[in-house]
Design a binder for this molecule. Structure first.
Ligand code: ADP
Length: 532
């Protein structure tokens, strides 16, 4: 509160101090505070001690002498400034002000024992005024003004200084927060640019907030990042087909809080990408915003193709010797005496070769579906197909005392021209896996619905089982990929089921996806076009 004796000069000072609130450079704020206040109260010297937020040591940051015309602000070197500050804090008036968290006037330094004269001090101070800058119970800074005449400062000066200090504290906080924010921004940019993947952060409306260099190269934007920020990602849609799929996910209101991972190929660049679209929620909007990461997996894909080719070759070449082994095993079995240990050996060999044969059969099956024409001329009611797949899954789930429920919303959906056996097998695969990788007593739910605008039928199998680690999710649909999770190490399987589902869906011009949280459960989805 201003006292009745407030002068025009005081008001002028306060107006100037208020203006300072818009300043975001910390040192300039402090310099201005010193100048304005020292001027207003006619101080001859000013010292400002600052408490840096992330440093333990107080330091003297400004020392200004107003007696000579060439008053020089001195920002002392770090060690010296800390030493001076420590001295003032332990023995000096600044320490008293900090401990009491209130301003103080020393009318005469010779009689006030809060004032200490240090041997190397040549200030000749006879009166002093000292105020703290308080914020949320903490002291950010202490300003000391001195004069060589006793009784120079009075109560009015102190009140004025307290008001200025309060204002300055706000400005100081603003500057600190702004600097911290800028620092974080620079840090973020450095991290983003160091990442070789394409990285784009969108706001909830699909506007680009930040993009790294790889992203600007992909979007054909030259030079400055500023050229991208603020543009809509959809503005670049014509550039590359991968952006269609990404925009699809981003604009899908159902996408909600879960991330999406999928592979796609850029026709323009002839590169394969593993795309991760992760939502984030800002305070400003109801809808999710998204971060998009695109990793070039072309080399990996080529290797995978090579692997598939090798498997194909091997599976052909291994079939005949395997048939021979199985045949000879049967002969040895017939010839061996009934109590001979040879029978055990043969049984082990038969088990191993039948497992190998199973693998080869599965592999051949995937290859066949991948490379030969698939008959898709049956008219199939999806609701019936889902019901049958659920019915067939019941035996497995009952055996593990799991509940298997379905929620099918496909009324009025026309029958689809698909290969019934293959699509049903895909769905049964999902249900079978859900049961296999969910502990006893778990829950499995099959949901089916239509998105008419997209022209797609969706089927999703959800479980509350073991879940899948994030890093494994993108590879699940590859042949022979299996996740070794604790408690499920001995689960039987060949790692071909999901690759079969993916191949079948691709042959039907549809797709697959997975969402999962480790330890919470998984959601495997497939979709088919209503017409193709
Ligand atoms: P497998 O014969 O091993 O089941 P799949 O191709 O069907 O082969 O599945 C590949 C891997 O995906 C499995 O080994 C398992 O680690 C993981 N997986 C598949 N479905 C689920 C599920 N519902 N929950 C957890 N993990 C799953």
């Amino acid at each position: 509160m201003l006292a009745a004796d407030t002068t025009n000069a005081d008001l002028d000072l306060l107006a100037q101090v208020s203006q300072m609130l818009t300043e975001l450079d910390r040192n300039r704020v402090l310099e201005k505070v010193i100048d304005l206040t020292a001027n207003a109260v006619g101080a001859e010297r000013a010292t400002l001690l600052l408490h840096p937020q992330y440093d333990d040591d107080w330091r003297q940051i400004f020392f200004r002498n107003f007696i000579e015309a060439s008053a020089i602000p001195s920002v002392l070197d770090r060690e010296q400034s800390i030493r001076m500050a420590q001295r003032a804090m332990t023995d000096g008036l600044a320490g008293w002000v900090l401990r009491h968290q209130e301003g103080a006037i020393v009318y005469d330094t010779a009689t006030d024992d809060r004032w200490r004269v240090f041997p190397d001090s040549e200030s000749g101070a006879r009166s002093a005024l000292c105020v703290p800058f308080l914020y949320a119970g903490q002291s950010l800074a202490v300003l000391t003004l001195i004069h060589r005449q006793p009784n120079h400062f009075d109560e009015r000066h102190l009140r004025l200084m307290m008001i200025v200090a309060n204002q300055a504290t706000v400005a100081l906080r603003n500057a600190q927060l702004f600097n911290r924010l800028m620092d974080q921004q620079r840090q973020l940019e450095a991290v983003m640019h160091a990442i070789p993947d394409i990285l784009i952060a969108l706001d909830h409306e699909g506007q680009i907030m930040v993009a790294n260099e790889a992203a600007s190269a992909f979007l054909n934007v030259d030079g400055d990042m500023q050229n991208i920020a603020g543009r809509m990602l959809s503005d670049y849609m014509h550039l590359d087909n991968t952006l269609w799929a990404i925009l699809d996910v981003v604009s899908d209101a159902n996408a909600g809080q879960i991330g999406h991972v999928f592979e796609t190929r850029s026709e323009r660049e002839r590169r394969d990408f593993l795309v991760t679209v992760s939502p984030w929620r800002s305070d400003r909007a109801e809808k999710s915003a998204h971060v998009i990461v695109m990793r070039d997996v072309s080399n990996l894909r080529d290797l995978n193709r090579f692997k598939d080719e090798m498997f194909k070759l091997l599976s052909h070449d291994l079939r005949s010797p395997l048939a021979l082994i199985v045949g000879y095993c049967s002969l040895v079995e017939l010839d061996a005496p009934p109590d001979s240990p040879i029978l055990d050996y043969v049984a082990a060999m038969q088990k191993a070769s039948s497992r190998m044969k199973g693998m080869l059969d599965d592999l051949m099956k995937v290859e066949k579906i991948r490379s030969s024409p698939v008959e898709m001329n049956e008219q199939v009611e999806m609701a019936e197909l889902v019901a049958e797949a659920v019915g067939n899954g019941q035996m497995n789930t009952d055996a593990k005392r799991q509940t298997l429920t379905s929620d099918v919303q496909l009324e009025g959906v026309p029958s689809l021209a698909i290969n019934r056996a293959l699509v049903q097998e895909s769905l049964e695969n999902y249900i079978h896996n859900a049961s296999k990788y969910t502990p006893e007593g778990g829950r499995i739910r099959v949901r089916a619905w239509v998105e008419r605008e997209e022209g797609r039928v969706y089927v999703v199998v959800e479980d509350n089982g073991m879940g899948i680690p994030k890093e494994a999710q993108s590879q699940l649909f590859q042949s022979f990929y299996r996740v070794r999770s604790p408690g499920f190490e001995n689960t039987d399987g060949r790692g071909l089921g999901l690759s079969l589902v993916k191949t079948i869906m691709e042959r039907h011009f549809g797709g697959v996806w997975v969402e999962s949280e480790l330890g919470e459960g998984s959601r495997f989805g497939l979709w088919l076009p209503l017409t193709h």
